[in-house]
Design a binder for this molecule. Structure first.
Ligand SMILES: [Zn+2]
Length: 338
């Protein structure tokens, strides 16, 4: 798999792709929501989630996109139907052209956590043409050097049929027992693994414990990755030890807010992972101690009242190495891919 991807990267460069321009990932600060912008070497763009309602987050996304040379969002994914992930969809679609809208599908009417007004705004923005992604699907990208494979959606993982139970009994992991059934839309989050050459990035939205567990037991369907966007803004309802140990990230990025996510228990689990070099944070968690937070130089925003600084990742040729930076701190660190 990796060899094939590597060959594709080399072919692209040889065919006159933008040599020297690597893959980029931008974590835009949406204050405890999510907005992750991915720019392929060809310039093709993917945005997972668009932050909270009102113009602040949409404008931050527009600004980050412009700085990255992105003129339109080619592929927009809503991980799940919570306001911190798709709240800004009407505002954003007024500021930037969006190509295709993807999601996990709307749950039945008994789901209480899907805002009817936001649903209306979303369907209006996409002209009713949203595309439902299922575990095992790949995003139809033009840039064939890149793959984005869907790992979770609507509570399922690859290989499962609709209606499969959220809790899977798995003898291989008795030390991480199931939690009570999560009936919220978090459990239905879309999640994906992106691969470019040797580089792999995992973003599971706000996926929670029981479905995480199905991803790694009895079989590890995520594989080991270089960079892990810490699920659910770093809340302990997600990020089960079973998942973190299977994924073995080199770098973790926590897209938390000053008072949301970035929980001490999750930071501790991350720091205990043997392969983890650094955890970066979009915000310092102002409710915990310095020991429970990433060092200041790896944290984009120190205070609750902030300028909305983000984090940026650039992947080098063939995905062999990658650099993470906090431009607000002038910090830049390079890591080798696995
Ligand atoms: Zn969230």
């Amino acid at each position: 798999m990796k060899a094939a991807m590597l060959a594709a990267v080399v072919v692209l460069a040889g065919a006159g792709g933008q040599q020297g321009k690597g893959l980029e990932i931008h974590w835009i600060d949406v204050e405890g929501g999510a907005a992750t912008l991915i720019v392929a070497p060809s310039g093709e763009s993917i945005l997972m989630d668009c932050g909270w309602p009102d113009k602040r987050d949409a404008e931050r996304i527009q600004k980050a996109a412009a700085a990255a040379g992105v003129k339109q969002i080619d592929h927009y994914l809503t991980s799940h139907w919570h306001i911190d992930h798709w709240g800004g969809v009407a505002e954003l679609s007024g500021l930037l052209n969006i190509g295709t809208f993807y999601d996990h599908g709307f749950p039945d009417a008994s789901a209480k956590d899907v805002d009817a007004k936001l649903k209306e705004a979303y369907l209006k923005a996409c002209g009713g043409k949203n595309v439902v992604l299922k575990p095992g699907d790949s995003l139809p990208l033009k840039d064939k050097s890149l793959s984005v494979r869907i790992l979770s959606g609507h509570g399922l993982v690859p290989g499962e049929k609709a209606g499969a139970a959220q809790i899977r009994k798995c003898a291989a992991n008795p030390e991480h027992p199931a939690k009570p059934d999560d009936t919220s839309d978090n459990a239905r989050s879309l999640g994906f693994v992106l691969s470019w050459g040797m580089f792999d990035f995992l973003d599971l939205g706000d996926l929670t414990w029981n479905v995480e567990h199905k991803l790694v037991c009895p079989e590890n369907l995520t594989g080991k990755v270089d960079v892990y966007q810490v699920s659910h803004h770093g809340l302990a309802q997600s990020n089960s030890p079973a998942l973190l140990r299977a994924v073995e990230p080199t770098v973790a990025v926590i897209n938390n807010g000053a008072t949301k996510g970035g929980e001490a228990a999750v930071y501790k689990l991350l720091k205990e992972l043997p392969g983890l070099k650094d955890a970066w944070q979009v915000h310092r968690n102002v409710k915990t101690t310095p020991a429970d937070n990433a060092p200041a130089e790896l944290t984009a925003n120190d205070e609750e009242k902030c300028q909305g600084a983000g984090l940026k990742l650039t992947v080098g040729p063939e995905g062999r190495s990658f650099t993470v930076e906090a431009p607000s701190k002038g910090t830049k660190r390079e890591y080798a891919s696995k």
